[in-house]
Ligand binder design. Structure first.
Ligand code: NAG
Ligand code: NAG
Ligand code: NAG
Ligand code: NAG
Ligand code: NAG
Length: 279
């Protein structure tokens, strides 16, 4: 009777110990921008413990555990080579057998647009049905981006047109992901332009110092550029053009050259009339 009990206990405990297990052991994410990540700079590391392969759940081959995203279920990482069942050893997907039958799977992913707010889960498909680890949701990732803030004119004397020497027009944007897109490298900073109705393109004043990339304010005869650092990765820049007949109906836009390679839409300035001194 006792022997039978001991044997039953042994069978029970060994089946519990050997049951297929996937556990998210460790999660680490670097965040350069407050709680956000910067594309190309930050990374996220997820480490899983996996064990208990049996006749229903295999460690190698096509049914080995894989990391998938949700809800699309794209494969993010394979931890075994399909052809020889060896552990994968790449910078991004790292498999390690820590004891016979027990593994650590590590996913180390550099932040990019694909991981922004993405949710992943480790899935182990088997005959009795798929097993899953806890889910993990990545941080929001900043890539170079221009966020329109405002385009407005003063219309001090009329609702229909601007008056030269009296009015002005301001175009404002938030630019994100700055440090990664090398604003400090001269020529790579976001820059406002305007095109007059004679087709000539003019450069507005800069919001960033051409040599150092430092965010600054500059006032010139006919225009004013301002820059304010909102956080490590977000700058608010604005361009104010004073009304002159020469810029009547001109279009204004923001260009961010270099790696960011972005251009805003065109914003059309209102008609501008000579100041008649009346009204
Ligand atoms: C795969 O594993 C086998 C042994 O199981 C080994 O001989 C072979 O070199 C491994 N291949 C690679 C690419 O590591
Ligand atoms: C993960 O990748 C980053 C680079 O993207 C690297 O700096 C870090 O050392 C890696 N961590 C591990 C544990 O491999
Ligand atoms: C990403 O998640 C953050 C909060 O975690 C949210 O504020 C933001 O709107 C989300 N972005 C997108 C594009 O879903
Ligand atoms: C530019 O001027 C605005 C207000 O006029 C100010 O908030 C901002 O800090 C200034 N930027 C710099 C870089 O001094
Ligand atoms: C500017 O545009 C207005 C219509 O929006 C038009 O009536 C006017 O002739 C234009 N002026 C010039 C100089 O192109």
């Amino acid at each position: 009777m006792l022997a039978w009990c001991v044997m039953a206990f042994f069978i029970l405990s060994s089946s519990v110990k050997g049951s297929p297990t996937i556990k998210l052991l460790e999660q680490k994410a670097t965040t350069s921008c407050d709680n956000f990540q910067l594309a190309g700079q930050d990374y996220t590391l997820l480490k899983y413990y996996v064990s208990g392969a049996n006749s229903g759940y295999q460690m190698g081959g096509f049914t080995a555990p894989i990391l998938i995203d949700l809800p699309a279920e794209n494969t993010m990482c394979n931890f075994f080579d399909f052809y020889n069942d060896n552990c994968t050893r790449t910078q991004k997907c790292w498999c390690e057998e820590i004891r016979p039958g027990e593994y650590h799977f590590t996913y180390n992913k550099t932040a990019d647009a694909d991981t922004s707010n993405a949710t992943v889960v480790m899935q182990w498909s088997g005959r009795p049905g798929a097993l899953y680890s806890d889910q993990y949701t990545f941080h929001f990732v900043y890539t170079a981006e221009m966020g329109f803030v405002k385009f407005s004119s003063t219309f001090k004397k009329s609702q229909e047109f601007l008056v030269a020497g009296e009015d002005s027009t301001e175009l404002e944007f938030d630019v994100y992901g700055g440090e990664i897109y090398n604003i400090p490298e001269s020529g790579n900073a976001p820059q406002f332009y305007y095109v007059t109705t004679d087709g000539v393109e003019h450069k507005g004043c800069p919001s960033f110092d051409r040599d150092t990339g430092i965010c600054f304010n500059q006032t010139r005869t006919n225009d004013r550029c301002s820059c304010r650092k909102k956080s490590r990765c977000v700058y608010r820049i604005s361009y104010t053009l004073s009304a002159r007949q020469y810029v009547s109906n001109a279009t204004v836009y923001l260009l961010w050259p270099g790696k960011a390679n972005l251009r805003s839409e065109d914003f059309k300035l209102p008609q501008i009339r000579k100041n008649t001194g009346l009204g």
